[in-house]
Design a protein around this ligand. Structure first.
Ligand code: SAH
Length: 228
């Protein structure tokens, strides 16, 4: 049997992801409800659980995949977290991360002092993610809560490291050693690993201390590859 969610509002899309347990965490649900997919996706109906082309061989992941990433990262995000979104593409997850920081700050009654850095190697997609996020929530830029840069995300973003969370939205052919190196103690990296066309694995790396990192293979996935 095969099925997919098709609906006509962003709120209902997330409700349905909750009904089928793709979204379980309330903070993730809130962030996804506040981040309307219509700002990030060119589909006539953006409220379908499908990936879509955003140009330049890039793809906005399907909502259940965004949910999967956020569900696995939400517990390590703090009001003061520094987050790196590698291959930020549409900018959708970058905004969700900023919103999770906001909610975590509200819960603790502290200012949302964290910052989300989006990095993409495509100038076109850097422009697109900035435009999309501005349409959704311009204060993310005016308040300095999101910064988008152009560069090779395989090298991380050394000048802003270490990061408490790193998410990689494209697959790495080998173990992403430079990203692991830029993880803060207590920080988590989620990265698809494997060749294009082969089964890739979503891998999770948790930095335990200065020298030890715990690796966990989460699930099989299919992502575009990190490119030169
Ligand atoms: N998380 C994004 C995924 C976009 S697709 C979303 O859901 O919208 C993958 C992205 O990785 C593309 O935007 C592509 O330009 C980018 N990318 C590929 N190789 C890269 C590299 N070496 N450094 C940074 N970004 C890269």
């Amino acid at each position: 049997m095969s099925w997919s969610i098709v609906t006509d509002t962003n709120e209902d899309l997330v409700n349905q992801l909750q009904d089928c347990h793709a979204v379980e965490n309330e903070i993730v649900a809130k962030a996804m409800k506040e981040t309307d997919r219509k700002f990030y996706c060119k589909l006539k109906n953006p409220y379908v659980d499908q990936p879509d082309s955003i140009g330049e061989d890039a793809i906005i992941s399907a909502p259940h995949m965004h949910a999967y990433a956020l569900e696995n990262l939400v517990e390590v995000i703090k009001p003061f977290s520094k987050i790196l979104d590698v291959g930020c593409g549409s900018g959708y997850l970058t905004s969700c991360f900023a919103r999770i920081i906001e909610t975590k700050a509200q819960e603790k009654n502290v200012p949302p002092s964290g910052r989300v850095y989006g990095i993409d190697n495509s100038a076109e997609l850097v422009k697109l993610s900035i435009e999309n996020i501005k349409k959704d929530e311009p204060h993310f830029f005016t308040e300095g809560r999101i910064k988008i840069v152009q560069g090779d995300g395989r090298k991380g973003l050394m000048e802003c490291a270490p990061f408490d969370v790193i998410y990689c939205g494209a697959a790495s052919k080998e173990i992403p050693t430079e990203l692991i190196r830029q993880l803060n103690i207590g920080g988590r990296l989620l990265c698809p690993v494997g060749e294009k066309g082969n089964v890739q694995k979503m891998e999770q790396y948790d930095r335990l201390n200065y020298k030890d990192v715990a690796r966990k293979v989460l699930t099989n996935v299919m992502f575009v590859s990190l490119t030169d």
